[in-house]
Design a protein around this ligand. Structure first.
Ligand code: IMP
Length: 433
């Protein structure tokens, strides 16, 4: 049986342009699914001059497609309702389904996120403070409260009482203030339960049925492979499987039902948060790329760290995810910079490394080895859009050389490229759906 399921994953540290590409492909899709992470994600979609910023709701909502928040996500009801209201305000019809087994973020999770970060000192990841780590910790420890529990006040009361007391103790260990009243919090979440009820189903059962009916489904990854809990740079990452491997557990889908995997990466590297970044540019070139690429966090507005493209870690991510198609974004953001550099591999104590070292303590000591290429001229957004309309051949020659160098180094064709924030600034070279 053939299926029409596509996974879109970030190959680096998040913010690769997954939201933009997901929106681009969603036009032809039936359903778009988030399967991991929570309101730590910041997916930006620009179309017809309107900017949409999503933290929880899948990007397919711009096309008014069916969107699903699956079991592997952690759900902050406050953020969810804010996003629903924003979309409604923009006149969008929302066709949303939420898993009954997704875990719920409470205010004390967010508080604990900040306190734990302070305690970790050098090992802090620079989290978004959205309570992601503490909520997934409770899930693993089987303390967690799920969407289903919000719909059943008796169950919620019992579970929340238990969790409330434990969290109070833990927060006091970190010398944090306990600012929550049980009755108020309980009532607030019972009210959320009433509002959320109409969206709640068994999404794993539903999605399997839709896959068997050959519906076109996109699984929209959040964050990026190098931030994954497993196979990422621990402990400087997030608490979910922010890669294609996460789809199966995070949505209840067999690996046999995934048809295509698309890896998304930027023409350079960016990272929010802490941890080593071998190709980081802390000079004026870095500042220029940050401004031209609008590298400020969607969720936290933090300036992102930027660096040259690191193909050594992209190769690793292609391997881990089993990538079929590659999408490169933000080529336009490198305009006016020459020469450009691309890291192809690392050296450690004079030796060339064979595979990307996962230990941050080793990565810190690595020396990136670069290729140097000529850059391309600056253009206006309208000019980039016009080039995108005309197609690949119209790209600046040096940009084509840059793309072809990447393809050669990765031994992998690039299937789509982006040269501007607008939906139409995309050049699709291979059909996906
Ligand atoms: P958390 O997911 O908020 O716990 O943050 C853990 C790490 O992942 C931090 O370094 C964050 O900056 C990073 N991170 C989390 N979400 C995103 C994202 O959507 N884009 C980029 N980095 C992220």
């Amino acid at each position: 049986m053939s299926y029409n399921t596509v996974v879109i994953v970030g190959l680096s540290w998040g913010d690769e342009g997954k939201g933009k590409y997901c929106d681009y492909l969603a036009q032809k899709a039936d359903i778009v699914v988030r399967y991991q992470g929570g309101a730590n994600a910041g997916h930006t979609v620009v179309c017809d001059g309107q900017k949409y910023k999503f933290k929880l709701i899948p990007s397919g909502a711009v096309w008014e497609k069916e969107v699903v928040i699956a079991n592997g996500c952690v759900l902050d009801p406050e953020v969810l309702f804010e996003e629903i209201e924003n979309l409604e305000h923009l006149g969008k019809n929302i066709n949303l389904k939420i898993s009954s087994t997704a875990h719920i973020v409470f205010p004390f999770h967010k508080k604990l996120d900040g306190l734990q970060e302070e305690h970790k000192e050098d090992y802090k990841a620079g989290t978004t403070k959205r309570g992601i780590g503490p909520t997934y910790s409770d899930k693993s420890a089987r303390y967690g409260i799920r969407v289903f529990d919000l719909l059943n006040p008796d169950i919620l009361e019992k579970k929340l009482k238990n969790l409330f007391e434990i969290k109070k103790k833990i927060i006091s260990i970190y010398n944090g203030n306990w600012e929550y009243q049980f009755d108020e919090l309980f009532q607030r979440y019972v009210d959320y339960g009433k509002r959320i009820k109409k969206y709640v189903i068994d999404t794993a059962y539903y999605l399997n049925k839709q896959i068997e009916a050959e519906k076109k489904i996109i699984f929209e990854g959040a964050q990026g492979t190098l931030l994954s809990l497993d196979h990422g740079m621990y402990p400087y990452g997030t608490s979910s499987s922010a890669n294609a491997l996460g789809v199966c557990a995070g949505a209840g889908i067999s690996p046999k039902k995934i048809s295509k995997i698309i890896g998304v990466f930027k023409a350079y590297t960016s990272r929010v948060g802490d941890g080593p970044l071998p190709t980081e540019l802390t000079n004026q070139i870095g500042n220029i790329i940050r401004e031209q690429g609008h590298e400020y966090g969607t969720v936290t507005n933090r300036p992102r760290r930027v660096g040259w493209l690191d193909l050594f870690n992209i190769k690793y991510s292609i391997l881990i995810n089993g990538v079929d198609y590659l999408f490169i974004s933000l080529l336009d953001a490198l305009e006016g910079i020459s020469p450009l550099k691309i890291c192809t591999h690392y050296k450690l104590n004079g030796d060339t490394l064979e595979s990307w070292p996962l230990q941050s303590e080793i990565i810190e000591k690595c020396e990136p080895v670069y290729l140097t290429l000529d850059g391309w001229e600056k253009r206006s957004q309208e000019e980039w859009l016009d080039i995108a309309k005309k197609g690949y051949d119209m790209l600046p020659e040096n940009m084509k050389t840059y793309i072809e160098t990447i393809e050669r180094e990765l031994n992998h064709k690039i299937s789509a490229i982006s040269i501007g924030p607008e939906r139409n600034a995309t050049i699709q070279l291979q059909e996906i759906f």
